[in-house]
Design a protein around this ligand. Structure first.
Ligand code: BGC
Length: 764
C-alpha cells in the first residue's frame, strides 16, 4: 500500500484532541473538528478568525445556489447547483487595550482543542498573553443541538489570570459570507433587526431563491449595544473582569430553513427564538449528552486490546471507529426525505455538498443495521427525485430513469460529462439499495408503493442503454465508466454489466410477483408508467445474455482490453505525489492498469454470496496490487475481502487506513472536508470484515475472525425489530438477542437459532 498515516491528533478512546496550534495543519483540523446535526454543519474554524489558512464553513442541509454553465453538447448539463455557506453565527471579536485577538498574530500558550464524542461538543482553550502584559484565559465551546435541530450554541468563558479590567467583546450573525471556491456571497435581500440582546436576520439566495432565517440571543452580564451594518448584525459590550473569576458570554442561535419564505419564515423564526425561552445552555448540554448516551448505548463498537498488543495502536483504532460512527450519525440520522448524504457531508465545499452513489453502495448497510427507518428515508429521497432522473435519461437519449452521479436536489449537478454521462452506477446502486432494504426488512409495502416504480424506471433505463456486442454476441454496456474512475469510456466494464444484469433481473422478478399477487397495485403502476409487458420479457432476456468477461479460473477482466494496459508500479509513487489529481496531468492517470478503487472487487463484495472463494481469491490477488485507493471508498472493501480470504494482516492494515482515513489524513486531502460516505464503510469494515456478516443470502451469515491484537470486539445490530449483541473473543464468539424474538442465522456455515440465552461458537 502506497499510502501512509500522517499522525497528528492525540490518541484517546472518546475524544479527538489537538495539543498546540499548528497553522500548517489548520484546515485539516477544521475538517476533523466539524460538528453537524443533519440540519446544519460547521467546520472547526476559530470563532474569532485570525487563522490565515481557514475555511469558515457553516452549511445548512439543502441550501444551495445554481449556476448556468451554458449549453454545449446534448446530454451535458447546462446548469449545476452547489452547497453554499449560510449565516455565520459564530463571529466573535475580543480586544484588550486596543489589541485584537488573532491567534496567528497574538502571543498565546496552553492551546488545546477537543471534540468530545460523548458530549457532542467542541471546546478550544488557550491563554492569551497580550502586548500590554495581561494573561487572559479564553475557552470557546460550541455544539449543534441533536434534538431541536434548528438550534446552535456557543459559550465563551473568559478568565483574567493576572489582572482586573476591561475586555472588549462583540458577537455577530452575518449573511455576508462568501463561497470560497466561487469567491462571492450568494445572499441577497438580507433583512436585519435587533431588540435588546437579540438579533434576527433573513436572507435569500441569488438564483435558487431559497430563504433562511438566522437569529441569536447573546447573554452577557453587561450592557450591550446592537449595530446593524449591511448583511451583518453585531452585539457588543465591554466586560469588566475580576482577577481569577470566570465570566461567560452565551449565544443561543436559531437557523431556520423550513421551506417557507417572506413574512411566514420571519414569523416562524421569531417563534423558534421565543421557544428558546428559558432553556439555558446547561439544559441544552444535558439533552445533548442524553442524546449521545442513547446513541452509544445501541451503536457503539467496542474494541479491547489483547495483552501483548500495542495498546496505543488499538486505542487509535477504537478512536477511529468511534470518530467515523459519530461523524456519520451527526450528518444523517433520518427523519427527512429532503436530505441525502453528501460525500463530504456538511464539512466543506469540495464536492459541492453533493450526494453520490456512495449512499446506497456504502452508507446504507450502516443504517440498515443501526437505524432502518433512516435507510428507508434515504430511499424515499430517490423516490421523490424519480422525475428528475426520468428527465435526465431523456437528455441522454435513453428511456426510464438515470440517477445523477452528483446531486443535492435530484438533478444531475456534475459538470464533468465523463462522470455524469458514463457512470451508470448511481442507477444500479439505487436498485441495489432497494433490494438490500427489502431483503433485510421485508418491507413489502415500501416495495409495492415506491420501490417497484423506481425499479421499473431504472430497468427501462438500463435496457435502453445496453447494446448487443459485436465479438461475443452478448449484451453489454459500451462507452461507460465503472467505479474505477481511472478508466473512462470503456466497453463491457464488468461492474456495469454485472450490476445491470442483476438490476434487470430483480426489476423483472418484483414486477412479476406484483402482477401475480397484487394485481390492483400492479395495474395502477402499469397505467402510471405505460409499462408494456414485453418490456419485462426483454429485461429478462438481456439479463440472461449479459456478457461477464471471466476466464475459466474465475479471473474477471475489468473491461475490454484492460489486461493489455501498461503496468504502473503503485508502490513506487512517492507519498508527496498524493492526491494524484493535483500532481499528475489529468490524462496521465488514465494510461495504465493502475485503478483508483475496487471495480471488480466491488461487485464481489456487494453480491458476495454469488461468488466462490476461488473467484474472490483470484480477483483479489490480481486487483489489490493495482489499486491506489485514491477514492476513500476503497480501503474498507479491500479489508473486508482480505478478512474473508484469511489475509488478516492485510485486513487490519486496510482497516487502519479506512478507520483513520481523515484522522491521519491518509489521502492528504482532509483539509477539503471529511470523507463522510467512506466513514460509513469503516463501520461496515468491522461488521462485514471482522464479524464476517453477509446480508445477501436467505438469512444472515456470520464468520467471525478476530484480529490477534484484539482481546474483544463487541457491537450490536438491529435486524427485523430485534437487537443482536455480538461479542468476539480469541477463539470464540457469543451471540445473544438483547430484545425481540429468536432468529435463525448461519455461523461458519452452520444453522443456529439465536435467542435471549448466549450462543457461544468456537472459532473455525
Ligand atoms: C470516487 C467515486 C465517489 C466520489 C464521492 C470519487 O473519488 O471515485 O466513486 O462516488 O468520489 O465519494
Amino acid at each position: 500500500m502506497a499510502k501512509a498515516a500522517d499522525v497528528y491528533f492525540a490518541v484517546d478512546p472518546w475524544k479527538i484532541i489537538e495539543k498546540g496550534f499548528n497553522p500548517a495543519y489548520s484546515r485539516v483540523s477544521e475538517s476533523v473538528f466539524s460538528l453537524a446535526n443533519e440540519n446544519m454543519g460547521v467546520r472547526g474554524y476559530f470563532d474569532e478568525g485570525g487563522c490565515q489558512d481557514s475555511l469558515r464553513g457553516f452549511y445548512v442541509n439543502g441550501v444551495y445556489d445554481v449556476e448556468h454553465i451554458g449549453r454545449s453538447y446534448k446530454g451535458i448539463i447546462d446548469k449545476s447547483h452547489f452547497m453554499i455557506p449560510t449565516a455565520e453565527w459564530l463571529g466573535t471579536c475580543i480586544t484588550v487595550d486596543g489589541e485584537k485577538l488573532e491567534l496567528q498574530q497574538s502571543n498565546f500558550s496552553d492551546f488545546s482543542r477537543t471534540l468530545d464524542m460523548r458530549a457532542g461538543t467542541l471546546e478550544r482553550s488557550f491563554i492569551w498573553h497580550t502586548a500590554s502584559g495581561k494573561d487572559l484565559k479564553i475557552t470557546f465551546l460550541r455544539f449543534l443541538n441533536m434534538v431541536n435541530r434548528e438550534r446552535a450554541y456557543q459559550r465563551i468563558t473568559l478568565k483574567a489570570c493576572n489582572f482586573a479590567g476591561k475586555v472588549g467583546f462583540s458577537s455577530a450573525v452575518s449573511f455576508d459570507i462568501a463561497h470560497e471556491g466561487r469567491g462571492k456571497c450568494f445572499w441577497q435581500d438580507v433583512k436585519c433587526e435587533a431588540s435588546k440582546n437579540s438579533v434576527m436576520l433573513k436572507g435569500r439566495t441569488l438564483q435558487s431563491e431559497q430563504e433562511v432565517f438566522a437569529g441569536a440571543i447573546v447573554d452577557v452580564s453587561a450592557t450591550v449595544d446592537v449595530k446593524i451594518a449591511g448583511k451583518t448584525a453585531v452585539v457588543s459590550c465591554t466586560l469588566n473582569l475580576v482577577q481569577g473569576q470566570e465570566i461567560r458570554a452565551d449565544k443561543r442561535a436559531v437557523i431556520l430553513f423550513d421551506g417557507t419564505e417572506g413574512e411566514l419564515l420571519w414569523q416562524n423564526g421569531l417563534k423558534a427564538m421565543d421557544a428558546l425561552g428559558n432553556e439555558t445552555i446547561e439544559d441544552a448540554l444535558r439533552i445533548q449528552r442524553e442524546y449521545w448516551d442513547a446513541y452509544w448505548r445501541t451503536s457503539d463498537i467496542q474494541i479491547d486490546a489483547a495483552e501483548e498488543a500495542d495498546e496505543d495502536a488499538v486505542t487509535a483504532e477504537q478512536q477511529g471507529i468511534r470518530f467515523c460512527s459519530f461523524q456519520l450519525a451527526q450528518t444523517y440520522s433520518g427523519g427527512s426525505m429532503r436530505h441525502n448524504i453528501g460525500a463530504k457531508g456538511l464539512t466543506g465545499e469540495a464536492y459541492n455538498g453533493h450526494a453520490f452513489w456512495d449512499t446506497e453502495a456504502c452508507c446504507l448497510p450502516f443504517y440498515l443495521f443501526t437505524n432502518p427507518a433512516a435507510a428507508k428515508d434515504l430511499l424515499l429521497f430517490r423516490y421523490n427525485t424519480l422525475q428528475n432522473a426520468i428527465e435526465r435519461a431523456k437528455m441522454l437519449d435513453c428511456k426510464g430513469a438515470c440517477y445523477p452521479i452528483a446531486t443535492l436536489n435530484g438533478d444531475e449537478a456534475c459538470p464533468l460529462w465523463q462522470h455524469a454521462s458514463l457512470q451508470l452506477q448511481p442507477s444500479t446502486a439505487v436498485a441495489y439499495g432497494i433490494w438490500h432494504y427489502v431483503h433485510l426488512t421485508k418491507d413489502q409495502e415500501f416495495l409495492r408503493q415506491y420501490g417497484a416504480e423506481i425499479l421499473l424506471q431504472i430497468a427501462r433505463f438500463m435496457a435502453s442503454r445496453v447494446e448487443l456486442g459485436g465479438k461475443n454476441g452478448k449484451y453489454g454496456y459500451f462507452g461507460v465508466m465503472g467505479p474505477d474512475e481511472f478508466h473512462m469510456m470503456v466497453n463491457n466494464n464488468a461492474y456495469t454489466n454485472y450490476m445491470g444484469m442483476r438490476t434487470l433481473a430483480y426489476a423483472a422478478e418484483v414486477l412479476e410477483q406484483m402482477r401475480c399477487e397484487f394485481s390492483d397495485q400492479y395495474a395502477k403502476l402499469v397505467q402510471k408508467t405505460a409499462l408494456d409487458e414485453d418490456e419485462i420479457k426483454d429485461w429478462m432476456h438481456i439479463a440472461r445474455n449479459m456478457y461477464i468477461p471471466q476466464d475459466p479460473e474465475g479471473l474477471i477482466e475489468q473491461h475490454d482490453g484492460y489486461f493489455d494496459l501498461p503496468h504502473t508500479d503503485i508502490n513506487a509513487i512517492p507519498v508527496n505525489e498524493f492526491p494524484l489529481y493535483e500532481h499528475w496531468a489529468y490524462d496521465r492517470i488514465y494510461r495504465s492498469d493502475m485503478i483508483k478503487q475496487p471495480d471488480v472487487l466491488m461487485f464481489l463484495y456487494l453480491y458476495n454470496s454469488s461468488f466462490t472463494h476461488q473467484e474472490k481469491l483470484i480477483n483479489y490477488d490480481f486487483y489489490q496490487p493495482r489499486t491506489i485507493h485514491e477514492s476513500s471508498l476503497s480501503p474498507a472493501i479491500h479489508s473486508i475481502l482480505a478478512a474473508e480470504l484469511d489475509k488478516m494482516d492485510e485486513a487490519i492494515r486496510f482497516f487502519g487506513y479506512a478507520t483513520r482515513l481523515d484522522l491521519d489524513n491518509y489521502n492528504r486531502n482532509t483539509r477539503e472536508g471529511l470523507h463522510i460516505t467512506s466513514i460509513a464503510l469503516a463501520w461496515v469494515n468491522i461488521v462485514y470484515g471482522f464479524a464476517g456478516l453477509r446480508s445477501d443470502g436467505e438469512m444472515l451469515r456470520f464468520a467471525p475472525r478476530l484480529p490477534d491484537r484484539w482481546k474483544r470486539l463487541q457491537f450490536s445490530v438491529i435486524y427485523q425489530g430485534r437487537v443482536i449483541l455480538i461479542s468476539m473473543e480469541p477463539g470464540k464468539t457469543s451471540f445473544r438477542i438483547e430484545s425481540g424474538e429468536a432468529v435463525e442465522v448461519m455461523i461458519y456455515n452452520q444453522l443456529y437459532t439465536l435467542d435471549k440465552n448466549e450462543t457461544m461458537i468456537d472459532r473455525q
